[in-house]
Each structure stands twice: as structure tokens, then as C-alpha cells.
Design a protein around this ligand. Structure first.
Ligand SMILES: O=C(O)[C@@H](CO)OP(=O)(O)O
Ligand SMILES: [Mn+2]
Ligand SMILES: [Mn+2]
Length: 551
């Protein structure tokens, strides 16, 4: 019996047998949308997924992967890997970071909590530094939350504030960084009018500065450390709007990949290095891309790069990012308590998405539940390139590992994340995304063939949309043109539903999708998978998608 009083010993499913190997395949960024030239999944040859779709309605269906169905504040919020895999793994809908932070800010409780009190100790003598993603994308952070944090911190005694921005262009349109920086500059000038010494101190593009994940490339975090902590960067400007405009024009980098810069004063001195006695808050709520910087800021023993100078600071995350490592130890808002997730088994994945089917699936917990029963395999990603250069990524290698794991007979479940549709979709390169989709489809085929050989079962689904729609649309669904009359490429995720397909020789012949589950979503998948392993799901899980009819 767990502490919550719910038994972990799952009852037998009355009709479905145990012992059939189950492959759970998650296509990252693979939604369902109308067919047109901007739907890369439609344009690509995807015979495997096309065939699965023919199984509708009994063996293929669409489920919601965005908004309230995955614990986000509203149905205008697109899905993402964190909330998608959390729902897939946990089988229940938890209020996610975005929503928890909204609530804590709205009630003002955030400013009464332990985390805020901890950093507040520095406000008299030190500077408050806020580091995070500057956009309204709502995947990792939100501008309106930053604004409320700035106002609340100054109302609670912060006298000197430095903001270290990371430009987006991945959850929002490329080029929007300029507008976000202008808005923030305006907010900061209003604070200055109230006598608070507040300004932007450094910046850089999220994919090149700070926001790496799963220890893929520590240089990314080092570039951020140099700019934010040491006040050193290859580019220096006196004004952040000018910095972003100039770097976009001169280096041709997009918002995601802007090089690091620092803001300097008239005598060329950085305006906001982090020094002894300062407070630091990383204001992203989402975990994966904050874990590495959190380690650099918090750990005394740290050898991933030379930090040169390690200031004695009080550091808090917006949330605690890793429940296993308890990292960081101070945080402004408690993360969702995602307990009793559906894990027993094994997965396959690539570094850039390594933690998605492990860390996220397990409720933002790194490490194994039971090392004797699980094996995690990470396929290292290509690093130092944008994924439109190699859109096939490591799909083949991932599929081979998964195939071998299935054929080995050692595992009850093999879980795989195929990142192509998402990672290449984020580059906005339509041709490359088409290649990516085809590669993912081929990988699925290899895994399904292995399941066929061992008499197993497959569940193929996705965590959110991306590759199925690569253009910004107006309300009537037509591509929206910008002032120059050009289409606007959508690098972000979407609000589209995603498929779930079941099958394989091990699937009991009476199994079919029910049609009585109200607004099915990703959280319904966990109970479904448990049934396919021959168990009833815990009573508090979202209902299973399947029923078993006599035939
Ligand atoms: O790359 C990321 O961090 C997000 C988009 O911001 O994508 P995903 O949720 O698919 O990981
Ligand atoms: Mn994803
Ligand atoms: Mn993504």
C-alpha cells in the first residue's frame, strides 16, 4: 500500500492474458491534421502509419494532446513533451507547472512561500537575477508570469533586478523575440520609474545558450554561465533590443540560436554579472531544460565545465525540476506530485529526447524505479547541428535497439520515443521535416515487424502535434500571410489531436476501442497499456480506451 492508500498490486484483467510483450511507440510531434502541402506527415510517404489508420475506429483513434486534457491552463495551450509524456506515463491529469505557477501568482501565495522567503534574504544587499525563456509560448515559461514575478519581487523589497533573457522562436514564431524584448524593456522602465534599478543584463538564443537538456551539450550551459554569471560574451551591447535586432541581422541566426551577448554600461562594463550575496531565480516552470543550469548554479562539486568563479548565491527554481535529485533544493512553487506512474519496464530513445520516455514518463523523476527490472538505453544524438541537416536523426538506430530488445524476449514492455517529427519540425524546414516523417514511419515498421515475430502487441501514439502543420493559420484554417504577403512558418507544436493505434498478433481478438470514453486524451493511454499487459488499471487512473467483446 502506498502512502496515498492506493494499492499497487494491480488486479488481473478479467479477460486479457499476461505475458505478451508490448511495444509502446511514441512518435514525437506527430499530430493529425487536414492534408495539405504544409502537413509534412501527409506529404511524406508513411505507409506504416497509413495502414494503422485504416484500423479506425476499432484499432485507431484520435486523442487530445493539448490544453486541459494534459493539465495545462486552457485549451489554447499547445501540447508539449513534458505534459504529454507525463500524461502517458501517469494515466491521470495533473495540474502542470504552467497552471500551478498561474495559481500561485494569482493568489500571491508564491511570495509567502519558503522559496521566495529564502531568496528575499538577499534583497537588501544583493541583486535579484531572473534567468529564463522570454516568450508567451507557455511550454517552458510565460512572459505574463515573468511580469507578475517582477512586480511582486519589487513590491516585496527587491531593489536591484537583472533579467537574463533567452530568446525563443521555437514555441512562438521566429522573429518575435524583438517584440518580447521591447515589452520587457517597457516593463523594466516602469520599474525604474518607481526607483528600482532594473534592466536586462544578458541574453542568447535558447538552443545555443543555457537551455540544453539531458546533458547533451554542456557547452550550451557554459555559454550561458559566462554571460549570466561572469558577464562575459562575444557580443556586447548597451541595449537589448538593439542586441537582438543586430545579432539577427548580422549573424543570420534565428531567435532559437542567437549567440550570447551581455549588456554593458558606458565604460564597457557588464551591467549584471552574478556575484556573492545575489539571489537567482530560474523562472521557467518546465523541468528538462532547466536541470543542467540548476546543477551549475547549485552544486558545489561540479565538473562539467570550468565555472571560473562560483558566486555564493541564494538560488531558487520556479519549480523543483527533478523530484529524484531534489533539484534545486529551493523553489517558488511546488511541482505537480506525479506519483504511482505506470512504469515497470524498458525504453529506447535518443539523447535529445532521452528523458522524455524516462524522466517525464516517470513523473519528472530521473533514475530507475527498479534497476533489476528496467533498462534504459540512450542513443546519443548528433550534436552541434540543427536537425534539418540530418533529419533521419538516429531513428534507424533507435528502431534497431528496440527490435533487438523485443526479440531478446527479456522485456515485458519496450518503450520508444522517435523524435524526428518534432525535432526537425522545430527547425521550420518543411522539406527536411518530410524526410524526418518518412524516417520515423520506417522506424515504426521495424518495431512492428519485431512485435509480429514474437507474437506481441503494439501501441503506437504521439505526445503532441508538430510536423503535421508547419504554417501559421488564420481562424478559417488558411495560411496566414505576413505584411510582405509571405506565409509564416510554424516552428512550434500545435493544438492538434494525436493518433493511438493498437494491434499485433498478441492482441486478443475481442479487443477494440470503446466509443464511450468522453473526450479521450493521452492520460487514457496508461490504463490501456496496463490492460494489454493483463492488468486492471488503478481505480483513479483515467479510463482505458479499450473493451473486450466476445467473438
Ligand atoms: O524543445 C523543447 O524544449 C520543446 C519545445 O519548447 O519541445 P518538446 O516539448 O517536444 O520537447
Ligand atoms: Mn515531444
Ligand atoms: Mn518539441
Amino acid at each position: 500500500m502506498g502512502s496515498s492508500g492506493v494499492s499497487w498490486t494491480l488486479p488481473d484483467h478479467p479477460k486479457l492474458p499476461k505475458g505478451k510483450p508490448v511495444a509502446v511507440v511514441v512518435l514525437d510531434g506527430w499530430g493529425e491534421a487536414d492534408a495539405d502541402q504544409y502537413n509534412c506527415i501527409h506529404v511524406a510517404e508513411t505507409p506504416t502509419m497509413d495502414l494503422l489508420k485504416k484500423g479506425a475506429p476499432e484499432k485507431w483513434k484520435l486523442v487530445k494532446a493539448h490544453g486541459t486534457a494534459v493539465g495545462l491552463p486552457s485549451d489554447d495551450d499547445m501540447g508539449n513533451s513534458e505534459v504529454g509524456h507525463n500524461a502517458l506515463g501517469a494515466g491521470r491529469i495533473f495540474a502542470q507547472g504552467a497552471k500551478l505557477v498561474d495559481t500561485a501568482l494569482a493568489s500571491g501565495k508564491i511570495f509567502e512561500g519558503e522559496g521566495f522567503k529564502y531568496i528575499k534574504e538577499c534583497f537588501d544587499q544583493g541583486t535579484l537575477h531572473l534567468i529564463g525563456l522570454l516568450s508567451d509560448g507557455g511550454v517552458h515559461s510565460r512572459l505574463d508570469q515573468l511580469q507578475l514575478l517582477l512586480n511582486g519581487a519589487s513590491a516585496n523589497g527587491a531593489k536591484k533586478i537583472r533579467v537574463h533573457i533567452l530568446t525563443d522562436g521555437r514555441d512562438v514564431l521566429d522573429g518575435t523575440s524583438v517584440g518580447f524584448v521591447e515589452t520587457l524593456e517597457n516593463d523594466l522602465s516602469q520599474l525604474r520609474a518607481k526607483g528600482i534599478d532594473a534592466c536586462i543584463a544578458s541574453g542568447g538564443g535558447r538552443m545555443y545558450v543555457t537551455m540544453d537538456r539531458y546533458e547533451n551539450d554542456w557547452d550550451v550551459v557554459k555559454r550561458g554561465w559566462d554571460a549570466q554569471v561572469l558577464g562575459e560574451a562575444p557580443h556586447k551591447f548597451q541595449n537589448a533590443v538593439e542586441a537582438v535586432k543586430t545579432l539577427r541581422a548580422e549573424t543570420k541566426a534565428n531567435d532559437q540560436y542567437l549567440p550570447p551577448f551581455v549588456i554593458v554600461d558606458d565604460s564597457d562594463k557588464a551591467v549584471g554579472p552574478i556575484v556573492d550575496g545575489d539571489a537567482v531565480v530560474t523562472f521557467n516552470f518546465r523541468a528538462d531544460r532547466m536541470v543542467m543550469i540548476a546543477k551549475a548554479l547549485e552544486y558545489e562539486d561540479f565538473d562539467k565545465f570550468d565555472r571560473v568563479r562560483v558566486p555564493k548565491i541564494r538560488y531558487a527554481g520556479m519549480l523543483q525540476y527533478d523530484g529524484e535529485l531534489k533539484l534545486p533544493s529551493h523553489y517558488l512553487v511546488s511541482p505537480p506530485e506525479i506519483e504511482r506512474t505506470s512504469v515497470y519496464e524498458l525504453f529506447r530513445h535518443e539523447t535529445v529526447k532521452f528523458g522524455h520516455v524516462t524522466f517525464f514518463w516517470n513523473g519528472n523523476r530521473s533514475g530507475y524505479f527498479d534497476e533489476t527490472k528496467e533498462e534504459y538505453v540512450e542513443i546519443p544524438s548528433d550534436s552541434g547541428i540543427t536537425f534539418n541537416v540530418k533529419p533521419k536523426m538516429k531513428a534507424l538506430e533507435i528502431a534497431e535497439k528496440a527490435r533487438d530488445a523485443i526479440l531478446s524476449g527479456k522485456f515485458d514492455q519496450v518503450r520508444v520515443n522517435l523524435p524526428n517529427g518534432d525535432m526537425v519540425g522545430h527547425t521550420g524546414d518543411i522539406e527536411a521535416t518530410v524526410v524526418a516523417c518518412k524516417a520515423a514511419d520506417e522506424a515504426v515498421k521495424m518495431i512492428l515487424d519485431a512485435i509480429e515475430q514474437v507474437g506481441g502487441i503494439y501501441v503506437v501514439t504521439a505526445d503532441h502535434g508538430n510536423a503535421e502543420d508547419m504554417v501559421k493559420r488564420n481562424k478559417s484554417g488558411q495560411p496566414q500571410l505576413d505584411k510582405k504577403g509571405e506565409i509564416q512558418i510554424l516552428t512550434s507544436h500545435t493544438l492538434q489531436p494525436v493518433p493511438v493505434a493498437i494491434g499485433g498478433p498478441g492482441l486478443h481478438s475481442g479487443v477494440r476501442f470503446r466509443n464511450d470514453v468522453q473526450t479521450p486524451g493521452l492520460a487514457n493511454v496508461a490504463a490501456t497499456v496496463m490492460n494489454l499487459h493483463g492488468f486492471e488499471a488503478p481505480a483513479d487512473y483515467e479510463p482505458t480506451l479499450i473493451e473486450v467483446v466476445d467473438n
